[in-house]
Design a protein around this ligand. Structure first.
Ligand code: FE2
Length: 424
């Protein structure tokens, strides 16, 4: 890589952060072979190579082209190939055909990253334009989102390969055998403030969809102390959970019947093992159940006598330090709590994204970013559900209490899990 070993102590914090995050992307790919970078196993999965190029296109298109006078793009055709969904930027290669791009080669994409990094470093040298600073921060958060997608996508790619390849070696991973008994913590409702303000209280970055911070009424509620485990989900299956229409939303039942769903995405037929980024592994009954759709989460909650939390309830309860099992830990798999206390809310952050019952929509007074970047989040505010808390493949520094992730209710390939709530 062209990210030269400059003296990190002499460069500005944002440049340092840029170098570190861009390098960490490549670090995630260090065990991949060239053939792995190209495969697209389903329409919503993107090949690793496409992610690497698209993250780079983002910096090129939204920063260098508009803020670096005289900048010449690396290759004119990349604008078509690596634009994801920015319609106001022009036409794009179809998402479901990204796996057909045997060219450009991985080595050319690496050269593309080097080229853009060199120009970004030049731009950042001595830069104190707050708009560029904001755009770089957005680009880095975008890169972190794609780091997670890169991992969830390669997991799916490997899962459909009968050889069941592994991205990482998990020998060093602790396998806690303790599990906290499931109980509920009570929260007092009323008028509460949720959401974030860009550059607000702490001046930290947030996405436009987290804004504005606003008042919302929350009823008294109870929230489970930890996510639902594989063992608990196994009981749902054993009691015919997938065969009782009364447990399911109408769309969920249609999905179960059409797709013939009878277990979480990566479980083996005998429920003894599951596929992970370290290959096939024994299913740990104490670890959080993972790779379930919103429909499955909702049906499980109904079976268990609870419901999914709203995102406002979740955010109110999540007022605690952001610690957990994140990608930096290197395990890339949800883990049992390792604690048997029922006094604390456990695994609020990390391990699994927690489905909420809230549909993804605009907060009161929401204003998308100006220009093409307004397409980043706002235009997806229909037919998707909000997930909270990050997962074992999220970067610890990327997640926060107000972070809103969103997916279609049938999707399962992200690290989705379940935390139950109840009315008080
Ligand atoms: Fe993107």
């Amino acid at each position: 890589m062209a990210l030269r070993s400059e003296d990190l102590s002499s460069i500005a914090p944002l440049t340092k952060r840029y170098l570190r995050i861009r390098r960490s992307t490549l670090n995630l790919c260090r065990t991949l072979e060239a053939e792995d970078f190209v495969v697209q196993s389903m329409p919503s999965v993107s090949p690793t190579k496409w992610h690497l190029a698209h993250m780079t296109w983002f910096f090129e298109q939204f920063i260098l082209v508009s803020h670096s006078p005289g900048y010449a793009v690396f290759d004119q055709q990349y604008h078509y190939l690596f634009n994801s969904y920015y319609q106001t930027k022009g036409r794009m290669h179809p998402r479901d055909s990204r796996g057909l791009l045997s060219r450009p080669r991985v080595s050319t994409i690496t050269a593309y990253r080097d080229y853009v990094d060199d120009h970004m470093l030049q731009l950042l040298r001595g830069n104190n334009d707050p708009e560029i600073g904001m755009l770089v921060e957005l680009g880095l958060n975008h890169e972190q989102q794609h780091q997670e997608l890169l991992l969830t996508d390669i997991k799916h790619v490997f899962s459909v390969n009968p050889l069941k390849p592994a991205l990482i070696d998990s020998d060093a991973e602790p396998r806690p055998d303790k599990i906290a008994r499931l109980n509920y913590h009570s929260f007092t409702g009323g008028l509460h403030r949720i959401g974030n303000d860009t550059g607000g209280e702490n001046g930290e970055f947030c996405f436009d969809n987290e804004t504005p911070r606003h008042e919302t009424f929350i009823h008294d509620f109870r929230l489970a102390n930890r996510p639902i485990t594989n063992g608990e989900f196994r009981a749902f299956i054993d009691e015919g959970g997938y065969r009782q229409a009364a447990l399911w939303l109408a769309d969920g039942w249609a999905w179960v019947e059409t797709e013939k769903v009878d277990r979480p995405l990566y479980w083996s037929e005998d429920f003894a093992t599951e596929f992970s980024l370290s290959g096939m592994r024994e299913l740990d009954d104490n670890a959080p159940v993972c790779h379930v759709s919103f429909y499955e989460a909702d049906a499980f909650a109904r079976w268990a006598g609870g419901r999914l939390p709203t995102e406002a309830e979740w955010e109110l309860a999540a007022d605690r330090p952001v610690v957990g099992n994140f990608v930096e830990g290197g395990f890339m798999h949800p883990q049992a709590t390792g604690e048997d206390s029922t006094k604390e809310l456990l695994q609020v952050y990390g391990d699994v994204w927690e489905w909420t019952q809230s549909s993804y929509s605009a907060y009161p007074g929401f204003q998308p970013l100006r220009g093409s970047l307004g397409e980043y989040n706002g235009k997806f505010m229909s037919n998707q559900m909000v997930c909270r808390g990050g997962s074992c493949v999220t970067s610890a520094e990327h997640i926060r209490r107000t972070y809103r992730n969103f997916f279609y209710p049938h999707e399962r390939w992200q690290f989705f899990g379940i935390r139950l709530a109840q009315d008080a």
